[in-house]
Design a protein around this ligand. Sequence first.
Ligand code: MN
Length: 424
Amino acid sequence: MIDRSVIDHSNDAALETLKSDYAALGDHLDRRGINIDSIKTKVASYGIAVPSWGVGTGGTRFARFPGGGEPRHIFDKLDDCGVVQQLTRATPSVSLHIPWDKADPADLMAKAEETGLAFDAVNSNTFQDQDGQAHSYKFGSLSHVDAATRQLAIDHNLECIELGNAIGSKALTIWVGDGSNFPGQVNFTSQFERYLDSAKAIYAGLPADWRLFTEHKMYEPAFYSTVVQDWGTNYLISKELGDQAYCLVDLGHHAPNVNIEMIVARLIQFGKLGGFHFNDSKYGDDDLDTGSIDPYRLFLVFNELVEYENKPGFDPMHMLDQSHNVTDPIESLMSSAMEVQRAYAQALLVDRVALKNYQQNNDALMASNTLKDGFRTDVSPILAMARFETRGAIDPITAYRNSAYREMVSSERPMVSGAGGGIV
Ligand SMILES: [Mn+2]
């Protein structure tokens, strides 16, 4: 963790400017009939989960270029996630990936306590084979033609629930790489039937206070078809399984230009939006930093979330899911968590009474401008003040760089081999 004095020192240098910017923005919002402190309070309590795998350096299909001080195991990962939370106060929980993060639950709980973190949804992994695995997932897992392979994948998910239950998780996220690479390779219908049967077996093992999230993805690693290719199929799965099953939306898992905010609205309308994997993309599942490519789209997603945030039973989970290939992962995660909070704050500023009125009167231009008024407002002082008042850093990136945390862990953790490609 980072020494308190480093954060205090960096905050001292920035506080006067922040106070002045916050007061100016407060005056501006006041003229729009918005109380800045109420926005700040909501932002301060808006948590985003960090994926344990996000603190390692990612790669592409071509190569991976490791960074210094990469975490060696889940306990190093939790240290890094603890730093993200310490500085941003936006990421109070971590989402584990099993078996990558498998460890004694008591040790995980002790480390979480030490780093000030809780555990979010657990993620199962049936898209790669583990050493000595009895049946391979090369041709699928939950939807494999072979019953013994499907059972192995089911058992793995049940094991994830058991571990998650021991560390306070309340949700399981299932994403499978199952699909096909050639037309004719699989029968779409029977493959989906097998998937549903397996998913039902997992659902049957879900504790009463848990939720099951399924995640759709248009392509990759299967390149011709995937078994859960889009939100429609995802919705069918959640309906087939039952009330504890919800759809998870990963922003990168759609075709370019797909209207994701509208998918979000549909899932909310029918009570099936489970949560998000936030990231950004230009072409495919690029896993770029949240808000780095199309911040307006992120804002439009949050516009839907804010519109329905008081709907009974509405409680989506928010998680980052990114691959950091050319940046320090801790810096990317901090920036991304702040971008999520930024989109949330901007969406809170939208004048919803005016918007409804413009919609009712078919005033397209003013309806659009009403949204833009929220998006165009620089809410940075609100986010910074929320961090400062919860003992975080006014400027997390500067405080992090001043702390020399990366240099410190680099001397303790050996460089991980750059051989091989693929994400981590
Ligand atoms: Mn994802």
